[in-house]
Design a protein around this ligand. Sequence first.
Ligand code: WT7
Length: 671
Amino acid sequence: MLRLKCISDKFGSRLTLIQLRTFLTAKFPELDEFPKSIKSYDDLHKYSIENSDHFWGTLAKNRLDWFKPFNKVNNGAKFGDLENYNSQWFLDGKLNVSVNCVDRHYQKNPNKVALLWEKDEPGFHESVTYEQLYKMMNKMANLLKSCGVQKGDRVAFYMPTCSMTVACMMACARIGALHSVVFAGFSSESLASRINDANCKIVITANQAIRGGKIINLKKTVDEAIKLYPSVKNVLVYKRTENKFEFNAEKDIVIDEVLDQFSSECQPEIMDANDPLFMLYTSGSTGKPKGLVHAQAGYILQSAFSHQIAFNFEKDDVFGCLADVGWITGHTYIVYAPLCNGGTTVLFESSPIYPNPSRYWETIQRLKINQLYIAPTSIRLLIKNGDEWLKKYDLSSLKLLGSVGEPINHEAWHWYDEVVGQKRCKIIDTWWQTETGSLMIAPLPCGKNDQIKPAMAMRPFFGIDAVLLDEKGNEKEPKNTEGILCIKKPWPSMARTIYGDHQRFINTYLRPYPGYYFTGDGSHVDNDRHFQITGRVDDVINVSGHRIGTAEVEDVLDESHHISESAVVGFPHDTLGEGIFAFVTLRNDADFNEEQVVKELKALVKSKIAGYAVPHYFLFVSNLPKTRSGKIMRRVLRNIASNKFDEMGDTSTLFDPSLIDEITAKYKKLK
Ligand code: WT7
C-alpha cells in the first residue's frame, strides 16, 4: 500500500522501484543484486553514488565480456587531488571493446543488421549485418597492421558518416590504436594541427564526401594538411564516389582496392581496462583545442548502460542518432553504445532539409526508427519550414525523441512532443559533453510521460553526483536555485586526460573549483531538485550544438594584418541557438574598406578553423572596453551583441566608460 501511494507522486522524484521495474522490464536485471531496502529512484541514485564500487562493479561484470576479470572497481581518485589526480576504473581487467561491440553479436546473431547507412542520395540506404561488419573490421585491422600501426598509435580520420568509418573505428579498437576523428568540416589547417598534436602517422579519409547533394573534396584537404605535416606515412582512401582524385603513389592506399587481400580474422589485442580507446578534440575557453582521451572499459560500460536505460532501448529497436560521427554524440550514441548493446544503428549522411524538409520523416518511415536523437538547432530549422513536410509520413515507429547539444527552448520541445511525437513519445533532453563520454543528466528512467517536464534534462544519471556551486565555490542547496554545474565524484566514462598535457586537464577541469569537476555550464534546479541547463558560463560559444572557443576565433582574427585587436562573443540566434559576434579594432595604417576587410576576415576564419566558426557580424570600433588593468570586459560586449543595453551592470572599473555609448551606437546602425 505504501508503495502504491508513492506511485501517485506528481513528478516521480520518489518513483518506486515497482515503477522502475515496470519501466526497465528486462533491461536492468542487476536491480535484484542491490539491497532490498532500496525503494525508490532516489534511493537507487543515492546507492549508485555512495556504493559506486558495488554499483558499477555489478554492471561491469554482467554487461561486458572480459578476457580477465578486474579485481578492483575504482582507485578512489579525488577531484581535489590537484597534484596526482588520475582516475582508474576496473583495475587489472582485460578486455577488447571491438569484441564487446561486434564479435559477441556476430557469434549469436550474424544476420542481424548492425548499421543502416542512410546515404546522402535521397531514398538510398545500405544495410550492414554484424557478420559483414565483423569481416570489414578485421580486414581493416589487418590493413592497418600492414601499415605498421601498433597498440597505442594514433590514427587520424577525416571521414563522412558512413559504414566504412564505423568499420575503421572498430578496427582501431581491435588492434588497440586510438582513433582521432576530425569532423570533416574542419579546414586543412585545423586537420594538420590535430594530426601534428597527436603525432598521427596514418590518416584515413574518403576521396569525397557528399552532403546535401554537394561534393566535398576530403582527400584534397588531407593532401593540403599533410603538406604542412609531412611525417604522415600513409593516407588510406575510401572511395565514397566514383570521381577521380589525385593519387600520390608514395603515400596513398585505396582501401577499396586492397581490402579483400586481407584476412577477415584478426586476433583482438588484449587491452587493459584503463588503456586509451580513442581521442577527440574539443574547444575550450582558452588556447588550442584539447585532445581528450577516453579509456576502454569505463567508457564502453557507461555508454552502453546509459543508452539502454535513458533511451529505453530494447534489443530489436532501430536507434536513430542523426548526428555526424565526427562529434562525441556520434562516437557514443551512433557507434559504441548501440553496437555494444547489439542494436541496429542509423548512420545519417545527409542534411535535415535535403532534398527537402521531409528528409528526416521519410527516413524514419522507411527505416522504422524507434528512437530519434537530434539537436535543437535541427528542430528549430524544421519548425521554420512548416508542419506540412511531416504530414504525409507514418511516424508510428517512434517511441522516444531525444535532444542534445544545447539548451532546448520551450517552443522546440513542445513541437517535438506534439507534432513529431504526436504526444505518444517520451521526450528527453540530455545534457553531457565530450569530456563526460556519455550522458549525465536526462529525464529517464522514470514512469509515465507526464513525469517529464518540458525543456528540462531533470535527473542526474545513476552514479552522477551533480551539484550547483556559487561563484565562490560553495555548494548550494539544490532546490529552486541556480549556479555553476559541477560534478563531485569521478564516473567511469569520464575522459582521463588531455593528450600530451595532463596538467592542462587538471587546470581546465579541476582547478577552477577544487574538489569538483567544472563543467563550464550553468544550471537551474527547481523545487523537485530537477536540473535545467542554462548554457555556458565561460568563454565558449555554442553554435548549433558546436562548441567554439572565443579565444580560438580571436587568435585567427588577430593574425590579419588589418586587425589590431578583437573580442568575440556569443549572441542569441533564432535557429543556431547562439551566433558569433566579433568586435574588432583596426591597425592605424590599415587601408580600410569595410566590406573588403569583412570578406577577408571571414575567409581567414574559414580556412584556419571551419565554416561554422565564421562570425555572423563584425563591428569595427575605435577601442575595446577594457578595465583599468587592461582586461577586456566581455560582459559589456555580450550585452551589446544581445540587445541588452539596459543591463550593463557595474562599468565603473572601465578605463573609458564613454566607449560603451560609441559601441552601442555603431551596433544599432549595423543591425
Ligand atoms: C556542451 C558540450 C555531448 C553532446 C554534444 C555536445 C552544451 C550539451 C546540452 C543540453 C544544454 C547542452 C553544454 C555542454 N550542451 N547538451 N541538453 N542542454 N546544453 O558536446 O561539443 O562537448 O559540448 O554542449 O554547454 O557543455 P560538446
